[in-house]
Design a protein around this ligand. Sequence first.
Ligand code: NAP
Length: 345
Amino acid sequence: MSDNGTSEEQTPIRDVIVIGSGPAGMSAALYAARANLDTLVIVGPQLGGQVAITWELDNYLGFYEDLTGPEFVEHMSKHVQKFGAELLYDMVTGIEFDTAPEGGVHSVTCYGGTYRARSVIVSAGASSRKLGVPGEEELTGKGVSYCATCDGAFFKEHDVIVVGGGDSAMEEALFLTRFAKSVKVVHRREELRAGPLLQERAFSNEKIEFIWNTVIDKIGGEGKVDHVLTSRTDREETGRLDVTGVFIFIGHFPNSDLFQGVLEMDEHNYVIVDEHMRTNVPGVYACGEIADPVWRQVATSVGQGAAAGIAVEEYLSGLDAPRTSAEAELEGVGIDATPEDAPAG
Ligand code: NAP
């Protein structure tokens, strides 16, 4: 018993805690809550995850008319709450997963307290990768940004650059053309990684110029960005671009630090799951970008979340199902076996 009169035993044990509220976590929560499981979603730094800062979602099946990221997040949160999932606006600071073969109780600690559950779905997503060049950290929020949707409007009639050649870079460069005077895409190769549709849109936008085979060496400015220093990747040549905005979209890394040493991960720190979204810890599942180095789409995250929600329901049903006395005996529980269900042989 602690000083305030509560004890570990009195802390309610939920059926499932979902860590993260992006499309994967919300989808998992929906399936869990609809299966009548007591479901707690720990929202994390941003309700909805990365999709919350996406301007437009036009590749999620069924939503073919303008759907913004924030609208999608509102739909998701209303949907999971309609079926009884509880959203907790807090961040996870520590975890203690029970590695018992099955039936363990897992603890998840947030700033506001510790929560316990018989299963956990880890869907903490991914974060924007940094360039790691001088000036980037100091000038973040002062011209350096990782979110055009959030900051684009501050750059009306400014000259900006976008760094990267993937889908995110193209999408965000196109978005920035609504505000900026000019958008230069600086890419380290001379071929984009982005899909053909986004490439086509970007190439045909007259506000966008491409600077190929070039990387950023330094972001400069006193208190706010006023230039970047560059160098060519195909020959010895350096340069300078006078810009006030630097939007960086060079990929993501999984938010898996908290789970290091507990959950098995690949060499890039993505959590390893099997086809049932199971991690190496019984009762702990993972889905979405934290466990997906390949697809990383809203649609694929929603699918993985659904699978995790169903798998958790099956896992808990298995735990709750009455044991036959033969099973109990095999597990050493010591219930007398009747002749019908005694182990064969
Ligand atoms: P990404 O596909 O990994 O692209 C990252 C880009 O940044 C690549 O062009 C890469 O260059 C470049 N890059 C990486 N590290 C760099 C560095 N240190 N310096 C300079 N450039 C660097 O990442 P993403 O665009 O964020 O997309 C992530 C995933 O989300 C993808 O699967 C994508 O399809 C998906 N996504 C989809 C949509 C959509 O369908 N509408 C929108 C956004 C994202 P290289 O090409 O040379 O490797």
